[in-house]
Structure formats: structure tokens, C-alpha cells
Design a protein around this ligand. Structure first.
Ligand SMILES: CC[C@@H](C(=O)O)C(=O)SCCNC(=O)CCNC(=O)[C@H](O)C(C)(C)COP(=O)(O)OP(=O)(O)OC[C@H]1O[C@@H](n2cnc3c(N)ncnc32)[C@H](O)[C@@H]1OP(=O)(O)O
Length: 248
């Protein structure tokens, strides 16, 4: 099995990050695979909904793979990595069919960004969530804060981003970040709501939601976010925080 798996069944595409030993952290190969698979799934007329999740019970995704990305030092290098993953999140946000992040475990840093790009975030009961980038001396850099302000109130977005706190699914629910707390069985049942109509109906309603957004404007906002993150990437605060995690 590769670092990303795809299973298509009952009109559902399950796209899973498969690095449980690294808490499903994102490296360059994962970025490439996600990018490729999104194109394939988008064009598959059997698929009515896309579920993004992580393999295992511990993590949805722990964000960027710090054991790989710690070698990025300059602003330009940081930008190149961030732009690649921002492309994946852009595809997710503008995906032609409903997208659901099934949070089967911790979603932190870029993991929360991926979840934010999806239309829905469904969490299992005991998951831990957090836009912890601030504690690493950086901001979101894959488009996460751009999409977050489209998902929750400005006040809740500020709290999640600025506090950089870890919060649980119940708090996520209260802040509008999580739509439902479900077991896997409950989730399977709920998913049927999104697959029982014909594909034409599903895609048409998704377009009504997307019609609120101008793709170029959203891209500009994401590029500004990348600029901030890549500027901060060069700072000693960031490199020290990453070293601390790696030494732990
Ligand atoms: C870089 C892009 C940026 C963005 O644009 O958003 C980011 O994503 S910044 C955020 C980067 N991510 C993190 O800082 C999260 C780091 N991980 C954790 O905080 C925790 O691992 C966890 C996700 C809360 C899970 O905790 P737990 O279940 O207790 O697992 P362990 O901590 O013991 O981890 C097991 C294993 O996995 C390795 N690991 C976990 N996350 C990462 C990661 N992001 N990059 C690389 N490796 C990671 C961890 O080192 C352990 O490895 P071993 O010690 O070899 O078993």
C-alpha cells in the first residue's frame, strides 16, 4: 500500500493518508499523490462524495512532516513547498462534489488546514484538534486560515489561529468547526444522505455553494497567506520550535 490510498464503494471515494507511524504527516510524495488522486476522483462519475481521512486510530493528519521539512531554511524554499500543498487544498475547496473530512484522530497544524478545505468536518468523539502553527513560530501556509474564515465566525477563527490551542471535538462543534460527532457506523449512515440523489443534482447544488467564490480572488488570498508563512519560516523562533519537536 502506498502513502495515500483510494477506495471507491457505494458512490463514495475514501481518500486516506497512509502513514500512521508518522501520524499521517504530509511529505512531498503525499502531496503529489493527493494532487493526482483528486483529479482522478473528480472525473469519476461513479463518485458522488469524497471522504478524506487518515489510516489508523491515532491521527487524521499531523500536518507537515517535520522530519522532512526541517531541512527547508529559506523563504523561497518554504514558498515552493507551501504552494504545492496549497494547490491540493485549492482543489479540495473547489471540488465539484461534496467533500467531508472524517477526523478519525488528531488533526493538528496542516491537518486542520486540510480539514478546513473540506465542506464538512465530522469527528470521532475523542479527537484532538488544533491550528498549532503559532507555537511553531509560523502561520498557516496551505490556505487554512483563508478557508477557515469562510467556515466559522471571525471570532472563532481568531481564537483557533491565535491561541494555537489544542481543542476537543465538542469545542470544535461549539465553534462551528465540526458539524457532527459520529462513530464510524453513524458516519456511514449519515453519508447516505449525500449519496442518494443523482450525481447531476449533487453537482448542481455544490456549484451553487461554490458560486459564492471567485477562484482568482481566493487564490490571491491564499498566496498572501503563503507569503506570511514563508517569511516567518526563516525566523529562528520557527527553527528552534521544530528542533525541539524533533529532539523530543
Ligand atoms: C509544515 C506545514 C505547516 C502548515 O502549513 O500548516 C504545519 O503543518 S505546522 C504543524 C506540524 N505538525 C506538528 O507540529 C505536529 C507534531 N505532532 C504532534 O504534535 C503529535 O505527534 C500528535 C499529532 C499530536 C500525535 O501525538 P501522539 O499520538 O502522542 O504521537 P507521537 O507524538 O508519539 O508521534 C508518533 C510518531 O509520529 C511522529 N510524528 C508525529 N507528527 C509528526 C510530524 N508532523 N512530522 C514528523 N513526524 C511526526 C513522531 O515524531 C513519532 O515518531 P517516533 O518517535 O519515531 O515514533
Amino acid at each position: 500500500m502506498g502513502k495515500v490510498t483510494l477506495k471507491i464503494q457505494n458512490h463514495q471515494a475514501w481518500l486516506s493518508i497512509n502513514r500512521p507511524e508518522k501520524r499521517n504527516a504530509i511529505d512531498y510524495e503525499v502531496i503529489e499523490l493527493l494532487n493526482e488522486q483528486l483529479d482522478i476522483i473528480g472525473e469519476n462519475n461513479e463518485v458522488k462524495v469524497l471522504v478524506v481521512t487518515g489510516v489508523g486510530e491515532q491521527a487524521f493528519c499531523s500536518g507537515g512532516d517535520l522530519s522532512v521539512f526541517h531541512s527547508i531554511h529559506t523563504k523561497q524554499e518554504a514558498k515552493e513547498m507551501l504552494v504545492k500543498m496549497a494547490e491540493v487544498l485549492h482543489k479540495l475547496f473547489f471540488f465539484p462534489k461534496p467533500t467531508i473530512a472524517f477526523l478519525n484522530g488528531s488533526a493538528v497544524g496542516g491537518g486542520c488546514e486540510i480539514a478546513t478545505a473540506c465542506d464538512f468536518r465530522i469527528a470521532e468523539k475523542n479527537v484532538k484538534l488544533g491550528f498549532i502553527q503559532g507555537k511553531l513560530g509560523i502561520t498557516t501556509g496551505w490556505g487554512g486560515s483563508t478557508y477557515l474564515v469562510e467556515r466559522v465566525s471571525n471570532q472563532d477563527a481568531f481564537w483557533m489561529l491565535l491561541s494555537a490551542e489544542i481543542f476537543d471535538a465538542k469545542e470544535g462543534l461549539n465553534r462551528g468547526f465540526i458539524q457532527n460527532m459520529f462513530t464510524r457506523e453513524e458516519f456511514d449512515y449519515w453519508l447516505m444522505t449525500y449519496t442518494k440523489q443523482p450525481l447531476g443534482v449533487i453537482k448542481a447544488y455544490k456549484q451553487r455553494i461554490l458560486a459564492q467564490y471567485n477562484q482568482n480572488v481566493m487564490l490571491e488570498r491564499v498566496l498572501a497567506e503563503i507569503e506570511d508563512c514563508s517569511t516567518l519560516w526563516e525566523t529562528p523562533e520557527h527553527h528552534e520550535a521544530v528542533q525541539q519537536f524533533l529532539q523530543k
